[in-house]
Design a protein around this ligand. Structure first.
Ligand SMILES: [Zn+2]
Length: 245
């Protein structure tokens, strides 16, 4: 895949997140640079639905834009570099403020998979509270110190909530982080629906592991094609491997 095609997929990822209601005017998605692992690609500060290829910028992991040419970067771009620095396995990162996840971050209520499709969020989603180490702030992660603290709290997990703010989703591919962002939102909604009906039975750790063990690239591919169609974006097939569900 050429760099131009990779950038085009990043535009598509932005449009999908907007179409599926995961982001509104805010929130962003990045990919690690395919040829330079010490850099990442992220849009200038713009609503995801509006992003075009010309909006995409290259950043050093410390958040410095390489060639901004007058384009204003996101104030919270530091989140992305900190996760790429801490996690060599991560190739894509989403930061979003889905209203569905906010209640879990502010109450301490457990957020865990209630459905097989949502296993990718991890057996128990942790919450990071910026106030613990940084006191009263505007809650935005606008410097390297806050971003490093957030990335450390994420650890090896795929998702972390941010109290009173949103969440971070990290993964091995753009398709994976878009998939888990959308199913994170769905899982939060399903938990809110299930809770009034009675005690919730979550997937066990073993069930989560079994789902992920048998999930192949085809699962992400099938969902990506569907979401491309809904977002009105061209679909580029990728080579597939693993079980076909
Ligand atoms: Zn934010």
């Amino acid at each position: 895949m050429t760099l131009a095609q990779t950038l085009d997929e990043l535009v598509t990822a932005n449009r999908i997140l907007a179409r599926e209601g995961v982001v509104d005017s805010f929130g962003h998605v990045s990919i690690r640079h395919p040829d330079r692992p010490e850099r990442y690609l992220l849009s200038r500060a713009r609503a995801p639905e509006c992003i075009e290829a010309d909006d995409l910028l290259e950043f050093a992991l410390d958040g410095t834009p390489i060639d901004p040419a007058g384009r204003t970067p996101y104030a919270e771009r530091f989140i992305h570099g900190a996760v790429y620095h801490a996690r060599p396995d991560v190739r894509a990162v989403v930061h979003h403020h889905s209203p569905s996840v906010i209640p879990f971050g502010v109450t301490g209520a457990p957020l865990s998979p209630v459905m097989h499709m949502c296993a990718g969020i991890g057996a128990r989603v942790p919450t990071w509270d910026s106030r613990t180490r940084f006191g009263d702030t505007n809650l935005l992660v606008t410097n390297a110190a806050m971003a490093a603290d957030l990335a450390a709290a994420l650890g090896e997990r795929p998702v972390i909530l941010m109290r009173g703010h949103g969440c971070v989703v990290a993964g091995a591919s753009l398709r994976e982080v878009i998939f888990n962002s959308i199913y994170l939102q769905l899982n939060a909604d399903l938990q809110m629906k299930a809770h009034p009906l009675g005690p919730v039975t979550f997937l066990s750790d073993g069930e989560v592991a079994a789902v992920l063990r048998t999930r192949g690239a085809f699962t992400y591919e099938r969902a990506w094609e569907f979401w491309c169609r809904r977002a009105g974006r061209p679909y580029q097939a990728r080579p597939m491997e693993g079980p076909h569900h």
